[in-house]
Design a protein around this ligand. Structure first.
Ligand SMILES: [Mg+2]
Ligand SMILES: [Zn+2]
Length: 226
């Protein structure tokens, strides 16, 4: 019984941290850095996804939700992951906030619109994490650093070595490597250019999110058999 109340108070604490005014990663201007979404039933495995160039078409420092455009097969890919029991976590660098080009509310509006286009509501993603900083801020959450991935793992209680990171840039793959997760580079967004340069070595290179999701599900099934 005492444990129950302890857990209850812990839950309240989490909510305070989530809605608090300082960034837990670096303490800098990062109000509401994270949006925690209620998780209907707790999945055990998670896929951490970049947003721009991976789920939606990259539009520089996008602040207008009306121009949010899903990439081909993004919806099918994410549907497959969800129906296969994965929790989805958004992990996005949004330095436009630090540069004063868009507000956190702008970013949230784009995220909401994206979730709606994906056919979901607020709980479509188990968690959404953003880094609002510019590189000069020297924060620990901006990809390629693993701060956001580590925070998600702590918040949602999963092991990063069992997680997957999917993205279109070197920073995404490097973050996944630093976090000890499996990585998938998608050829959408900057992805084909990144593949050509060859500076990173992802676990798989996928044409799009559906290809990425199918690979992830195959990996999981192969592990279940061993
Ligand atoms: Mg990207
Ligand atoms: Zn940051």
């Amino acid at each position: 019984m005492r444990l129950f109340f302890f857990l209850l108070s812990l839950g309240k604490l989490c909510a305070i941290i989530a809605n608090g005014n300082s960034c837990r990663f670096c303490g800098r201007r990062a109000e509401g850095c994270r949006e925690r979404m209620p998780v209907p039933e707790q999945p055990k495995k998670y896929v951490l996804l970049d947003r721009d160039g991976t789920i939606i078409v990259n539009k520089h420092y996008q602040k207008d939700p009306e121009i949010t455009e899903l990439l081909p097969h993004a919806r099918e890919g994410l549907d497959l992951l969800r129906s296969s029991g994965f929790g989805l976590v958004l992990v996005t660098n949004q330095s436009g906030i630090g540069r004063g080009l868009l507000t956190r509310a702008d970013m949230t509006a784009v995220n909401r619109r994206m979730a709606r286009e994906l056919g979901g509501e607020e709980d479509y993603f188990a968690g959404m994490y953003c880094c609002p900083h510019v590189p000069e801020d020297g924060c620990s959450c901006r990809k390629p650093l693993p701060g956001m991935a580590e925070q998600a793992a702590r918040d949602l209680g999963f092991a990063l070595r069992e997680a997957y990171v999917v993205g279109d840039s070197e920073g995404d793959i490097k973050m996944g490597d630093a976090a000890g997760a499996a990585t998938v580079l998608v050829r959408t967004g900057y992805g084909s250019g990144v593949e050509e340069k060859g500076n990173v070595c992802p676990g798989y290179v996928a044409d799009d999110l559906l290809d990425a999701a199918e690979w992830i599900v195959r990996q999981e099934n192969a592990q279940d058999r061993t």
